[in-house]
Design a protein around this ligand. Structure first.
Ligand SMILES: [Zn+2]
Length: 272
């Protein structure tokens, strides 16, 4: 699933390409992604609107429209947003096409169809998708991050980092990578973390995710950027999906365990 660096990559590109552009018309090939609105209402409220800004909260993209409405887009497991010329072939699993006044199209593609496009009017802070989210992972100071970690009495660190209501934007890839950076075992209890471990984890989250954004994210499965290009951060992964490979730090072997229904990749020698 695209995480903060992948969604932020798309946001930056969308801000470049879509800002101030008008959505002239919409073509709906499948209304599956439209979760809270009928096709007719969607078209009526979005056609003719201009894009004021493209924002992000956690892994959710927010397109603010000139009408006061916003579109919330979650790519979930396999969603893609693509900026293409109308002459490009329409691939299978393309659900929505936004025709822009610059002559190009924004297309929403989703293989497994867990992604969504929701229309929100009024206050964004009231939207249920955004309401319970924790603080943005890259917007915390060290002091705030430390306080947040200490606010939890117990819980394994890896699932906690992935809990969007605790801290927003981190998923499977970047929790594995940040914990390796900080030399913390993914099953460690948050309450047992020392101050210097919390500081290393904070540094790891920032360094790794900011670097990942500069490489336009990690293309492991279906994620590509707005131009259909793969993100190049995968070659910088140290542990994620590297089971059995050699640990760069100690020469040991990367292991994989199941943790809370998900996989955790780590070095048992480096991460205690
Ligand atoms: Zn190691």
């Amino acid at each position: 699933m695209p995480e903060l660096p992948e969604v932020e990559t798309i946001r930056l590109q969308m801000e470049d390409e879509l800002k101030e552009k008008k959505i002239e018309s919409i073509k709906v090939l499948s209304d599956k992604p439209l979760k809270n609105v009928t096709l007719e209402e969607f078209a009526e409220r979005v056609e003719g609107a201009s894009v004021k800004a493209v924002k992000r909260r956690a892994k959710i993209l927010i397109i603010e429209l000139s009408t006061g409405d916003s579109l919330l887009i979650h790519l979930k497991l396999t969603g893609r947003l693509l900026y293409l010329a109308p002459s490009e072939p329409i691939e299978k699993h393309t659900h929505l096409i936004f025709n822009l006044n610059d002559g190009n199209q924004l297309r929403f593609w989703d293989l497994r169809q867990f992604g969504y496009v929701k229309l929100v009017s009024g206050k964004l802070s009231e939207a249920p998708e955004l309401k319970g989210l924790g603080p943005e992972a890259l917007e915390l100071s060290l002091g705030e991050f430390s306080k947040l970690m200490k606010s939890k009495r117990s819980g394994k660190i890896k699932p906690l980092l992935m809990n969007q209501n605790f801290i927003a934007g981190i998923g499977n890839i970047y929790s594995d990578e940040a914990l390796f950076y900080a030399a913390i075992h993914p099953e460690r209890d948050v309450s047992a973390l020392k101050e210097e471990e919390i500081a290393r984890l904070y540094e790891g989250i920032r360094k790794i995710m900011l670097s990942a954004i500069s490489y336009r994210g990690s293309s492991m499965d279906d994620y590509v950027d707005l131009y259909g290009k793969q993100g190049d951060f995968v070659s910088h992964h140290k542990v994620y999906r590297k089971t059995g490979q050699v640990c760069e730090k100690c020469g040991g072997s990367i292991k994989r365990i199941k943790l809370g229904g998900r996989s955790a990749h780590f070095c048992p020698k480096c991460q205690v």
